[in-house]
Design a protein around this ligand. Structure first.
Ligand SMILES: *Cc1c(COP(=O)(O)O)cnc(C)c1O
Length: 344
């Protein structure tokens, strides 16, 4: 048994600023959903991500769900989604009764391959289907090839929902991740680069769309003196207390990014000495013009080029030193919940 202190994969860090804002929420007895911290958090998020408007929500998954609703995705529709991602990117497609079609990744950033995206669109058009949306992801914080993805999607007039859940603090060609696409989403789940314990945001330049998102997220209650619902809504808003935490977290985002990048560099330096011994460990590489928040450090290990070393052996060895590590995600079509959805 080891006595070394546990090193977690992605543990949250809460500081004085968070405490101050939460204390204020308590002092003013403003605990309910919505409130001044929600408004301030939304304004800070919009400013940071160079978006015009933001709606603070209960999760990133809720944000994707609302984006799909706002884009008019209905039962029987088809939505293109990055294959290498967390289920939160794809589940909301199914909430709408729509069909996810998955797009494979390119080798540089491990994100949606723009060429495979175009092949998927052409194959769908050939069968008489026009996809309703495209959901690219910045996996583990590494920016996807957004210029190419936006160009392909734009050429076929398909709106893009940018899943920046893992990429707050990342930059692509001088623009922050979370500023691309018709809609952009963020997550503040407990394991993300900053957290509200649970939460998310929907971002867009279209003020009316964000206002409608806020309306749908508060059970779609009609703004009328009599109490009435004309539409089905959702309970998707973020509470004032959690928004208070988020405001404090946003203040230390750049420190968190710097720390994650140091962790990445440490692993990179460590595996350099392995390369001299004939191993070939592949990292996610930052293309020119990209800056990753390095939310998680991930490696690709081909046993054939690494003396038979398997991907399972590495987390097991690290566990011996009380360091948490795990195999990366597997492509969505490999999960029983998403079979038999097609992959391009
Ligand atoms: C975390 C995550 C989500 C979902 O966010 P939640 O806030 O956990 O609902 C969606 N997409 C990706 C890529 C994520 O990592």
């Amino acid at each position: 048994m080891t006595s070394k202190p546990k090193i977690w994969l992605s543990s949250p860090h809460l500081g004085e600023s968070e405490r101050k804002y939460v204390q204020d929420a308590f002092d003013t007895n403003w605990i309910a959903p919505l409130g001044p911290h929600v408004n301030a958090f939304e304004a800070s998020l919009a400013e940071y991500t160079q978006s015009t408007h933001a709606a603070a929500l209960s999760s990133g998954t809720a944000a994707i769900h609302l984006a799909l609703i706002l884009l008019g995705v209905e039962p029987g529709d088809t939505v293109l989604c990055q294959s290498m991602t967390f289920c939160g990117s794809a589940n909301p497609i199914r909430y709408q009764g729509a069909r996810p079609v998955f797009v494979d990744s390119e080798k540089d950033t491990w994100n949606m391959d723009p060429q495979a995206l175009e092949e998927a669109i052409q194959a769908l058009l050939a069968e008489g289907t026009t996809p309703k949306a495209v959901i690219p992801v910045h996996l583990y914080g590494m920016p996807a090839k957004m210029d190419e993805i936006l160009e392909v999607a734009g050429r076929y007039h398909i709106p893009v929902i940018e899943d920046a859940a893992e990429a707050l603090g990342s930059v692509y060609r001088e623009r922050k991740c979370g500023s691309f696409g018709t809609f952009r989403i963020l997550s503040f789940n407990g394991n993300k680069i900053i957290t509200t314990s649970g939460g998310g945001a929907l971002l867009a330049d279209d003020e009316a769309a964000i206002q409608r998102a806020r309306f749908l997220a508060t059970q779609a209650r009609d703004p009328a003196p009599h109490y009435q619902h004309s539409e089905v809504g959702y309970n998707y808003r973020l509470s004032n207390v959690l928004a208070a935490i988020g405001r404090g977290q946003l203040e230390v985002l750049s420190e968190r990014v710097a720390q994650r990048r140091r962790i990445f560099e440490r692993y990179r330096a460590f595996f350099k000495s392995w390369e001299e011994r004939g191993y070939q460990i592949a990292f996610q590489e930052e293309p020119a013009g990209s800056f990753s928040n390095r939310w998680l450090t991930c490696i690709r290990v081909d046993p054939a080029r690494n003396h038979g070393l398997t991907r399972e052996a590495i987390p097991l060895a690290l566990a011996g030193d009380n360091i948490e590590a795990r195999p990366p995600r597997k492509p969505m079509p490999m999960h029983p919940a998403f079979q038999p959805h097609p992959l391009f």
